[in-house]
Design a protein around this ligand. Structure first.
Ligand SMILES: NC(=O)C1=CN([C@@H]2O[C@H](COP(=O)(O)OP(=O)(O)OC[C@H]3O[C@@H](n4cnc5c(N)ncnc54)[C@H](OP(=O)(O)O)[C@@H]3O)[C@@H](O)[C@H]2O)C=CC1
Ligand SMILES: CC(=O)N[C@@H](CCC(=O)OP(=O)(O)O)C(=O)O
Length: 345
């Protein structure tokens, strides 16, 4: 197969930079367009010397996307929420596939955008068309669609561990409580004084509670996994003094008495063909360092002593499995490549 022709819109942000880093090492890619308003017309090498020397390419102005045409196989949108959808609307009619890393096409109920994102969604047709591109769960739908909405980083860290238990009916979808610690790159490269080094260092800061914008995304997907049994989650995110990575604690009520062996057996079976999901057994708990810089998610299961609750602990890299890595995994699936191509050193 000839190389996949790729564009990245929003290539100077954290997710966009990670996409470049991964795509220039990917054997099947022809990276044609990268955009940035602040770096337009500058070479990649002058902005990121460590990766730029591997690929002679300039940043383009996102207001002039003439280079993206019907020959472009895939465009990644790594833009802030509310900006991505306007580019998606335009590029959906030019390129073959659009992979959007923002939240603009993740939620099916347009009123959720008004409540949680404070805008009214203008593209209801595209919202219908978009597929929630969690690759381990929705591989068949990913192959069918031209507009792929990448899951958020926290939702990815929650949904993969709970999916086997929800599908089997072993946990109550309305009982899920999540506490998650995240590194600061999750907030994007913004000039926010709360993200200054001195504000983050030696600190842990709970935020966005109640009503973090990932709450409806997690609930929407849990409801689907639980065959439309309604979900209400408690979700508390905490900003940690780390650059990248997320550790999540997820507690749910068991609907029947299961053993630790049952829980591990189910998880191992469910993900037996998922190269990026690793189940830890025998009391081993996941640590952040297992996943940093990678596209892996590790999780452990623990049936609590009273057999009434299940504790799931998971770790991902927010820029890897939580963003750029997972988007490339989805691109590989969409174009019929091995899903691990370019993602395992
Ligand atoms: N960071 C993370 O861990 C994750 C991020 N995501 C999602 O990916 C997307 C990008 O996130 P992240 O990289 O962190 O964000 P950043 O703020 O770091 O980067 C945003 C990028 O978009 C460009 N940009 C901003 N506004 C516009 C605009 N109006 N028109 C064109 N370009 C614009 C910026 O560059 P310039 O100003 O130079 O044009 C920059 O390249 C977001 O939607 C985020 O939710 C998803 C999962 C995880
Ligand atoms: C630490 C931090 O601020 N994290 C971000 C979520 C990061 C993320 O990737 O979510 P999206 O894909 O939806 O942007 C937040 O809480 O909004």
């Amino acid at each position: 197969m000839s190389s996949i022709r790729v564009g990245i819109i929003g290539a100077s942000g954290y997710a966009g930079e990670e996409l470049i880093r991964l795509l220039i090492r990917h054997p099947g890619i022809d990276l044609r367009v990268i955009t940035s308003r602040q770096y337009k017309h500058r070479s990649l090498e002058s902005v990121y010397p460590d990766i730029g020397s591997f690929r002679n390419i300039q940043f383009d102005d996102p207001d002039n996307l003439e280079k993206i045409d019907s020959q472009t196989d895939v465009v990644f949108l790594a833009l802030p929420h509310g900006a991505g959808m306007h580019y998606a609307q335009f590029l959906y009619h030019r390129a073959k596939v659009v992979i959007d890393l923002s939240a603009d096409f993740r939620l099916k109920d347009p009123s959720d955008y008004e409540i949680y994102y404070k805008f009214s969604h203008p593209f209801s047709d595209l919202l219908e068309e978009a597929v929630y591109a969690l690759p381990e769960i929705y591989q068949d739908q990913i192959v069918q669609s031209r507009l792929l909405a990448m899951p958020g980083c926290y939702p990815t860290g929650v949904l993969l561990p709970v999916a086997p238990f929800l599908k089997k009916g072993w946990i109550d979808p309305s009982s899920i409580e999540i506490v998650a610690l995240s590194g600061s790159t999750g907030a994007g490269k913004t000039l926010d004084s709360k993200l200054l080094f001195s504000e983050l260092a030696d600190n842990l800061r709970p935020y966005g509670f109640p009503g973090h914008r990932h709450t409806p995304e997690i609930e929407q997907q849990i409801t689907k996994l639980a065959q439309n049994r309604c979900s209400r989650v408690l979700f508390l995110p905490i900003l940690a003094p780390l650059r990248r990575g997320i550790l999540l604690s997820i507690v749910a009520s068991l609907t029947e008495e299961i053993s630790q062996q049952d829980a591990e057996g189910l998880a191992l079976h469910f993900y037996k063909e998922a190269p990026f999901v690793k189940i830890l057994t025998g009391g081993i708990m996941p640590e952040l360092r297992y996943v940093l810089g990678s596209n892996y998610l590790y999780f452990s299961t623990c049936v609590l002593a009273d057999k009434k609750k299940l504790l799931l602990l998971s770790v991902i890299d927010n820029l890897g499995k939580g963003a750029a890595g997972q988007a490339i995994q989805v691109m590989n699936i969409k174009f019929g490549l091995d899903q691990t191509l370019g993602l395992i050193p």
